[in-house]
Design a protein around this ligand. Structure first.
Ligand code: HT7
Ligand code: ZN
Length: 871
């Protein structure tokens, strides 16, 4: 497939000012009439032919300024429509296409999900609806008439504001007309038609606009939409208060559909969601579901400014909307919940997903320089590392300048398609700083390594920190980065007042390959607390002893680094044990004692934070730190032994705390952070108790499954029991499936729990589950829950020495590729760390990848991932 390069960007030769669409919905032959008001682009090549994009389209009618075009004037294929000599001034082109939404299994363009018509146009789905200049720098004003059989689709929704509805005389059909006054790129276009229930409320913006908010769901599930509706209103208020951004239409609708390639989509005024990120009730949703719904509703809503009002010039600028919007949703969730707990979650996600991506064959800059398939670049690097860059910018320039810079960015670029340069220019102008050096963060892949050494001079009473940054994988000529290092010094009894003119508001800026920082008047050897709140997405290499780390756990004022210090100790123990294979775990007693003291003092005060303290680094994180010659079995075994050691020491204490943190009988359910935090701790405790004493753990888990008042607790009981082989496990799993036979989103979690069982029988179990009525290869949520979770959350079984895990995933990728290449390609990214495996597994993984790469008829999506993985 052709490679598209950032350096080749050229403005379009034509512009489309207005789009008038008439969409007549039909299950197999939906007819789309598009009237496009075109004109040559003054910035384009004069006299250029008009080349419109298409994808699997059939042309059924074409007229220029109302007159049918002779065959020699154009060329139409499923992939494009070319007018050889378009007019040199403004003209209208009327294009008629017919598509089959029922046969559209790619879930891009117009498709049907459980009988509901919906669209997905990002990144390039609009060209599957009509021929168009399908690129984000073509901004048009849309009017859309949607028509359907009233019985089949009583609800008809579009972008913008509703302007008219009515019956089609003499038929059983009706229509609705929607007008969107805001110019937008085609990727933000959407319609929905179907039989849907809804909940709604009104919201008055800070500008006095009354907005009708609606959340549309499968009929009968309206009660599960209230939390999402409330999250919309809270997001609107927050964006007004924190970023000064008010909503700009009279309606804002969210629609939940059950077949969806990603989490959700920010179409203007009509966000379409994967139903798992909308539907929630105490009986059906976990605390994680509630948190995800809140975050994703906010994310898509925030796109209304960061993405829609200011969009991207081209897809290379994807981080401009995605990184910024992730940053905004992270800030929102931190304000709604516990900031420290949320930050730890963000960093765990970054380390689990982005760090390995940066270290593997799929590594790319936050702003890629080329791509073959843009749908493969909706990655952790673009989203999560992109958000970290925005956070670093804020840390560097300070809160007030950041807010002013954001205001400037929005006002200077409103209604345009912008670039990363435009974004940085707003902050440069605002602060008078040159941000060209900082911009390097967007340019090359790699996770920087920061080696730090501390030197205490007892005579001079000075403490010096030496920093050295390297960028493995960024290229030998990669310039050093601008890295904000939030730091402090901790003495044996607590934080020290450590001053240095180069540390402003607690932040030292490392800009060169090497630098040093000296603090005066330091009475005794301190412990440095570095990269507080994870102030930069880097790996820190500093040889602190366990005792020094645990000093941070006891005394640091930075909650993130308190958690990080225990993680560091655990990581050291795990890496040493995995490398040596030795039974002894040097240092586990010290860690257990520190955790015991921590729990004593703080578990009751902040159970959510305490639950995180109990979570060891994941197997993936240990692997990513080891970096080469990885043996997943050795890591698993080391981690299990450390969990056993900690559990043996903490079990009695955990059992007491678990009782103390129980909700009083009859307490009303709350999805808020405080109640969720108590549940998180109790369930982390249950899991460890089960490690120390499987029999007791199994009994407690079964009791919890039977009596749980929330889905969080019921599933946590099941997840704990799933780690304990035996009849009880199988009986509870079977009973659960029966109880929730009509609840696909709950059975997704049931599939996921089983896919993650680290036992030899899991491959066979997955085979059985693939034949279970709860599973379906046609629904992305089901595939992700079973095969996706297996590939990402079951390292020992995915990486089996006999290659059976790789074969399972590879077979699924090939089977899926025919139906839904996007989902197939995403599944294939699980092979991203294959080169770091030990030789036997490496060979087996490579063979599986080569098998895929050499299969005939691959989609561009899968061919791209396979090709880059093997390059
Ligand atoms: N902007 C959206 C990204 C997206 C997407 C969503 C659903 C299906 C296919 C998709 N391709 C790209 C979602 C977001 O990040 O907000
Ligand atoms: Zn987004």
């Amino acid at each position: 497939p052709p490679t598209i390069r950032l350096q080749d960007y050229r403005p379009s030769d034509h512009l489309i000012d207005r789009v008038d669409l008439d969409i007549r919905l039909d299950p197999h032959a939906s007819r789309i009439t598009a009237v496009l008001a075109l004109r040559p682009n003054p910035a384009g090549t004069p006299g250029a032919q008009l080349v419109l994009d298409g994808d699997e389209l059939g042309l059924v009618g074409l007229a220029l300024d109302g007159k049918a075009l002779p065959a020699e004037a154009y060329a139409a294929t499923p992939a494009g429509l070319t007018l050889h000599a378009p007019p040199q001034g403004p003209f209208t082109l009327t294009v008629e296409t017919v598509v089959d939404p029922t046969a559209n299994t790619k879930l891009m363009g117009l498709y049907r999900s459980s009988g509901v018509y919906c669209t997905q146009c990002e990144a390039d789905g609009f060209r599957r609806i009509t021929y168009f200049l399908d690129r984000p720098d073509i901004l048009s004003v849309y009017t859309t008439r949607i028509e359907a059989a009233r019985e089949e689709a009583p609800v008809l929704l579009g972008n913008g504001n509703p302007v008219e509805t009515g019956d089609v005389p003499g038929t059983d059909r009706h229509y609705a007309i929607w007008q969107d006054p805001h110019p937008k790129p085609a990727y933000l276009f959407a319609i929905v038609g179907g039989r849907l229930g809804h909940v709604g409320r009104s919201f008055v913006t800070s500008e006095g606009r009354e907005v009708a908010l609606g959340v549309y769901v499968e009929p009968g599930k309206e009660a599960r939409a209230d939390y999402a509706l409330d999250a919309v209103a809270r997001s609107m208020t927050w964006d007004e208060e924190v970023f000064g951004r008010a909503y700009d239409l009279d309606v804002f609708n969210v629609v939940a559909v059950s077949d969806f390639n990603m989490g959700a989509m920010e179409n203007k005024g009509l966000n379409i969601f994967n139903d798992k990120y909308v539907l929630a009730s105490p009986e059906t949703a976990t605390d994680a579901d509630y948190a995800n719904i809140e975050a994703i509703i906010a994310h898509e809503y925030f796109h209304n400014w960061s993405g829609n009002r200011v969009t991207c010039r081209d897809w290379f600028q994807l981080c401009l909307k995605e990184g910024l919007t992730v940053f905004r949703d992270q800030e929102f969730s931190s304000d709604m919940r516990s900031r420290a707990v949320h930050r730890i979650g963000e960093v765990r996600t970054l380390r689990a997903r982005q760090f390995p991506e940066d270290a593997g064959p799929l590594a790319h800059p936050v702003r890629p320089k080329h791509y073959a398939e843009i749908n493969n670049f909706y990655t952790a690097t673009v989203y999560e590392k992109g958000a970290e860059i925005v956070r670093m910018l804020k840390t560097l320039i300070g809160e007030a300048a950041f807010r002013n810079g954001m205001d400037r960015y929005f006002s200077e670029n409103d209604g345009t398609a912008a670039t990363v340069e435009d974004f940085l220019a707003a902050f440069a102008t605002e602060t008078g700083r040159d941000l060209a050096h900082f911009a390097q963060w967007y340019e090359r892949p790699s996770t920087p390594r920061i080696a730090v050494s501390g030197h205490y001079d007892a005579t001079a009473k000075t403490y010096r920190l030496d920093f050295r940054q390297t960028r493995p994988g960024a290229g030998a000529d990669a310039p050093p980065l601008v890295i904000p290092v939030a730091l402090g010094l901790i003495g044996p009894d607590g934080p020290l007042t450590a001053t240095n003119a180069r540390v402003r508001d607690g932040v030292f800026v490392l800009e060169s390959a090497e630098d040093s920082l000296t603090f005066e008047n330091i009475a005794a050897q301190p412990v440095p607390s570095l990269f507080r709140d994870f102030s930069a997405p880097v790996r820190v290499e500093m040889a602190l002893s366990d005792a020094e780390q645990l000093t941070l756990l006891r005394h640091d004022t930075d909650a993130f680094n308190r958690w990080e210090s225990a993680q560091r100790v655990a990581l050291r123990i795990l890496i040493e044990a995995a490398r040596s294979g030795s039974e002894t775990l040097d240092g586990s007693e010290g860690l257990a004692a520190a955790l015991a003291a921590f729990l004593d003092g703080e578990a009751l005060r902040d159970p959510a934070f305490a639950a995180l303290m109990l979570a060891l680094p994941s197997e993936g994180e240990v692997a990513s730190e080891i970096g080469a010659n990885i043996d997943p079995d050795a890591i698993f075994s080391a981690r299990r032994r450390l969990r056993q050691a900690l559990a043996a020491r903490l079990r009695d204490q955990l059992a007491v705390l678990r009782e103390q943190l129980a909700d009083p009988a009859g307490a009303a359910f709350s999805p808020a952070a405080a109640a969720a935090g108590r549940r998180a701790f109790r369930n982390a405790a249950l899991d460890l108790i089960a490690v120390a004493d499987p029999e007791r753990g199994a009994a407690l888990a079964r009791e919890q499954i039977a009596t749980a008042a929330t889905m969080t607790d019921r599933l946590a009981g099941l997840a704990t029991l799933a780690q304990i082989p035996g009849e009880a496990r199988e009986a509870e799993l079977a009973a659960f499936a029966e109880l929730y036979a009509d609840e696909p989103l709950i059975l997704d979690k049931w599939l996921a729990i089983q896919a993650a069982i680290a036992e030899d029988d899991t491959i066979a179990r997955i085979g059985r589950l693939q034949r279970h009525p709860a599973f379906s290869m046609t629904n992305p949520n089901r595939v992700r829950s079973l095969v996706g979770v297996f590939s990402l959350a079951n390292p020992t079984q995915f990486n089996r020495v006999d290659g059976a895990g790789y074969a399972l995933v590879a077979d699924t990728v090939l089977a899926l590729d025919k139906r839904n290449p996007q989902i197939a390609a995403r599944l294939l990214t699980a092979f991203g760390s294959w080169r770091q495996l030990e030789p036997v597994r490496r060979a087996a993984a490579e063979a599986a990848l080569r098998g895929i790469a050499s299969a005939g008829g691959l989609s561009r999506d899968v061919a791209d991932i396979a090709g880059r993985s093997l390059a």
